[in-house]
Design a protein around this ligand. Structure first.
Ligand code: NAI
Ligand code: MG
Length: 502
């Protein structure tokens, strides 16, 4: 295990250095403006704990201005409302091309602000964002209704449905995939003709602000997408605002519950993508090498800061020792260091808060009598929020490390004997975002997958994904589904029109 916190800024693109050379502002009504009260906050580089740049901090007054701009942009007769679906489609495609053209720049900004590896940001976050714009470019012209027969004797009717935009959408996003989560909210919203106020996470506002510049460059009309960075109170001001018609949130289950309650003032539509604690079940008839590789990817991808990570391993007793040894060896071999060092496998966690939280969970496991088979409860290095990937065994179901979403590179492993027993244990959680099964018995894999209460189930794979696939949570993992054809439903109102043919 090595920790290299190299001089990140040595390899920065000129465009990135220039973006960081002056305080970043809010995007409201197509203009870059300071916060009304002039407040700013620092965003840090989690590998060095140094400030990257100051960012304008939106207050309730700025939220007010942004909502007013989004409302004007939405209203009938506005340039946005007059845009045809085909024009929206071409616009979305253009943005996808711009994102791709700026992929290296966006990837560096993301790696600086979040800590993840530059390559991971470019090949994952940024590439998927570009594809999302293109995928939804196709949908803009295909938001259709249906004609529905009526059975009224001796009268003639024509009844049909239309899908219309909801109005002003507030997107509130977390820090684990900053650009991609901004894209998850903005893209379906504008595909369907809504307008947006995006509130990036306070830890990682930079790529959303750079995306805001690219949206203007592509020709998105003023006020259609506004970007207002800030903390939880900025998000809360959006959720409270009666000029907002819908809130789309990704983040903690705790804040998701607050949002569901606060949105009731004007009965905003709400979609929520919340926490997870995914069970990853390995049967003794699995391809063990593939299952070990899947457990490592599923457990430690994105520094473990991923809501669909397989953080609870359940391994059949007959192969438990073999799987634990394989995962532990792989975890020990992961090189932790700066996301700008090409030899790094895993970067730092996003923030001091997250660093302390994750190390605290590892310490709590030790205090509860569990065993740290790989990794450690000690910080890695003097500076930066580094943690060694950790595997915990001798765990019981009541330990905090087993029940809570940790959101770091920490995996627990528990042995099981029977299918019924493991299904019950896997479902024994308030969460239901993702789950996985490893077995070469096709009947068993599908049968167990069918019994798992989760929005995404992976069979003999993990993190396999596509912009075409809907995602979201059962139970306290959320409301609604994002992406795919289903992803547009939550951004439209359904209108039924009944005409009598006289
Ligand atoms: P969080 O849920 O507090 O923050 C997510 C977003 O919500 C941020 O933009 C934040 O400013 C905003 N926010 C906070 N309070 C708000 C409020 N009252 N009204 C409206 N918006 C509000 O998550 P945080 O504190 O960054 O992370 C805490 C834990 O949450 C993590 O350790 C992890 O367990 C979980 N989490 C889960 C995520 C997921 O994708 N499922 C993403 C991020 C965090
Ligand atoms: Mg940062």
């Amino acid at each position: 295990m090595t920790t290299t916190v190299s001089n990140d800024t040595a390899s920065l693109l000129p465009s990135v250095s220039s973006f960081l050379s002056s305080p970043r502002q809010l995007l409201i009504d197509g203009e870059w403006v300071d916060a009304q009260d002039g407040r700013t906050f620092a965003t840090l580089n989690p590998a060095t704990e140094e400030e990257l740049v100051q960012v304008a901090q939106g207050s309730a007054a700025d939220v007010d201005r942004a909502v007013a701009a989004a409302r004007r942009a939405f209203e009938a007769g506005s340039p946005w409302a007059r845009m045809t679906p085909r024009e929206r489609s071409h616009l979305l495609w253009r943005i996808g091309d711009l994102v791709e053209a700026h992929a290296d720049e966006l990837a560096q900004l993301e790696a600086l602000d979040n800590g993840k590896r530059v390559e991971a940001a470019r090949d994952g976050d940024v590439a998927t964002t570009a594809e999302l714009f293109r995928y939804f470019a196709g949908w803009a012209t295909k938001i259709e209704g249906t004609t529905i027969p009526m059975s009224v004797p001796d009268r003639d009717f024509h009844a049909y449905t239309r899908r219309e935009p909801i109005g002003v959408v507030a997107g509130i996003v977390p820090w684990n995939f900053p650009l991609l989560m901004a894209a998850f909210k903005i893209i379906p919203a504008i595909t369907a003709g809504n307008t947006v106020i995006l509130k990036p996470a306070e830890q990682t506002p930079l790529t959303a602000l750079r995306l805001g510049e690219l949206l203007l460059e592509a020709g998105v009309p003023a006020g259609v997408v506004n970007v207002v960075p800030g903390f939880g109170d900025t998000g809360a001001a959006l959720v409270d605002h009666h000029g907002v018609d819908k809130v789309a949130f990704t983040g903690s289950t705790e804040v998701g519950k607050k949002i569901a309650a606060a949105a009731s003032g004007n009965l905003k539509k709400v979609s929520l993508e919340l926490g997870g604690k995914a069970p990853n079940i390995i049967f003794d008839d699995a391809d063990i090498d593939a299952a070990i590789a899947g457990a490592v990817l599923g457990g430690y991808f994105n520094e473990g800061q991923c809501c669909v990570n397989g953080s609870r391993l359940y391994v059949h007793r007959a192969v438990f020792d073999e799987v634990v040894e394989g995962v532990a060896n792989a975890a020990r071999a992961i090189r932790v260091g700066s996301g700008f060092d090409p030899s790094t496998d895993m970067g730092p966690l996003v923030s001091q808060e997250q660093h302390e939280k994750v190390l605290g969970y590892i310490r709590s496991a030790l205090a509860d009598g569990a065993e740290v088979t790989a990794g450690s409860a000690d910080r890695v290095g003097e500076r930066g929020y580094f943690v060694q990937p950790t595997l915990i065994t001798s765990v019981t179901e009541d330990m905090a490390v087993q029940t809570d979403e940790i959101f770091g590179p920490v995996v627990t492993a528990i042995p099981f004997d029977s299918e019924d027993e493991v299904v019950a244990a896997a479902n024994n959680t308030v969460y239901g975002l993702a789950a996985g099964v490893w077995s070469k018995d096709i009947g068993r894999a599908h049968r167990v997958g069918g019994r798992l209460r989760a929005g995404t189930v992976w069979l003999n794979t993990w993190h396999a994904d596509d912009v075409t696939l809907p995602r979201g949570g059962f139970k306290q993992s959320g409301w609604g589904r994002e992406l795919g054809a289903f992803g547009l439903d939550d951004y439209t109102e359904l209108k039924t029109v009944i005409a009598e043919l006289r």
